[in-house]
Design a protein around this ligand. Structure first.
Ligand code: TXA
Ligand code: MG
Length: 351
């Protein structure tokens, strides 16, 4: 399949044509990858059963892993559910449009293909202008997972989408680099005490400030190996993993750096190409074959924004193993560590 690739520029008329072309493709049952404030999404008409089937196929994604339905206005939520809990409304008023997805009971009009057969639906009102214009112009709601091949890091640059999906989808809208870089926070509002199924830019603390107590899905930071499956089906799959084996070293900074340096030496002796993922502050403290800095260790925002691109970058360097520092898991650090732990298959060494 030929994939149309169009870049958003500061020429409004041209952008309008791009959105119109993309909306026509969605309306005809086709697939369009587009930027959101979190990561790039791969969109299709949420009410078109064939479009969701095509999304699963293009990503190589298991069809029991449900999609998020993207809407353009808060009122649209009422078209997808008969039951809007007060807490959902409070969160929507505070954080929508923005990087928050809410799980609510679904109406029968929402196809089972979108929800993976679940009785609930994931809904998100994105803040990115292109995403919102596309939803409005296509006059439907857009079911969209992240626009990567299943198992790969979510795309934060148009090049990532082109690399994974070119030839597999009808159109890719290049909206430049993404601001947040981690997927939306997912909160399940169907439980009495709402549950965070996936940490993200909207942190647990921010949510608790609005609706009081919430729980963090236990399986999130520990992985499925402990016997409890995460409630968001997508969180149970191996994800984000670079080709090389990634290990996280956690502990006091000096000890972490010492341990990483000894792993690098050991790798040299074994003729193994070692990659290290660092922060701006620790970059000069390690001598490795390949070093990549995620940004300042003082800015979880910066680390979040660079994480997925860095994991992809390592694949191009041909390293055999990768070591990474750990990051605190308060606030946004929780989301960063959740993705990093998954990428590492939960391989952590504490020093
Ligand atoms: O930021 C985002 O959320 C991006 C952009 C494109 O909006 N989308 C995204 O979609 O990350 P995806 O498909 O990669 O992740 C959706 C997650 C999966 O883990 C899926 O299992 C979970 O949401 N999910 C969807 N519907 C659900 C439901 N009804 N109950 C529980 N989990 C659900
Ligand atoms: Mg995804």
């Amino acid at each position: 399949m030929d994939t149309i690739i169009r870049k958003i520029t500061d020429d409004d008329d041209n952008n309008e044509i791009i959105i119109k072309t993309a909306a026509d493709i969605i309306a005809r049952g086709g697939l369009v990858a587009f930027p959101t404030e979190t990561v790039y999404g791969l969109g299709g008409d949420a009410f078109d059963v064939n479009a969701s089937a095509r999304i699963y196929e293009a990503k190589g994604r298991p069809s029991d892993n449900p999609l998020i339905v993207h809407i353009a206005a808060l009122e649209d939520l009422y078209s997808l559910t008969d039951n809007v809990p007060d807490k959902a409304l409070a969160l929507a008023k505070e954080f929508w449009p923005g990087p928050l997805t809410m799980i609510v009971d679904k109406k029968s009009c929402v196809p089972d293909t979108v929800t993976g057969g679940l009785s609930t639906v994931a809904v998100r009102l994105p803040s990115h202008k292109i995403a919102r214009d596309l939803i409005k112009t296509s006059r439907t709601f857009i079911a969209a997972p992240s626009a990567n091949l299943s198992g790969r890091p979510s795309p934060t640059r148009a090049e990532h989408v082109i690399e994974d999906l070119s030839g597999r989808v009808d159109m890719i809208i290049d909206g430049g680099d993404i601001e947040i870089g981690l997927e939306s926070t997912i909160v399940d509002l169907t439980e009495d005490v709402p549950v965070i199924l996936r940490p993200g830019y909207i942190t647990m603390e921010m949510i608790e400030d609005v609706i009081g107590d919430v729980r963090l899905d236990k399986a999130l930071m520990t992985g499925v190996s402990d016997g409890v499956a995460p409630k968001a089906p997508g969180m149970k799959y191996r994800h984000y993993a670079p080709k090389a084996e990634l290990t996280i070293i956690e502990g006091e900074r000096d000890k972490v750096i010492n341990r990483i340096n000894s792993f690098v030496e050991e790798g040299r002796r074994r003729n193994c190409k070692v990659g290290v993922m660092l922060t701006a502050e620790t970059y000069d403290m390690v001598e490795a074959d390949v070093k990549i800095s995620l940004g300042s260790g003082d800015s979880n925002e910066e680390i979040a924004r660079n994480l997925f691109a860095t994991l992809r970058e390592f694949d191009e360097t041909g390293v055999d193993v990768i070591y990474s520092e750990g990051f605190g898991d308060n606030g946004l650090g929780q989301a960063v560590m959740n993705r990093l732990l998954k990428a590492a298959g939960h391989r952590v060494i504490k020093v």
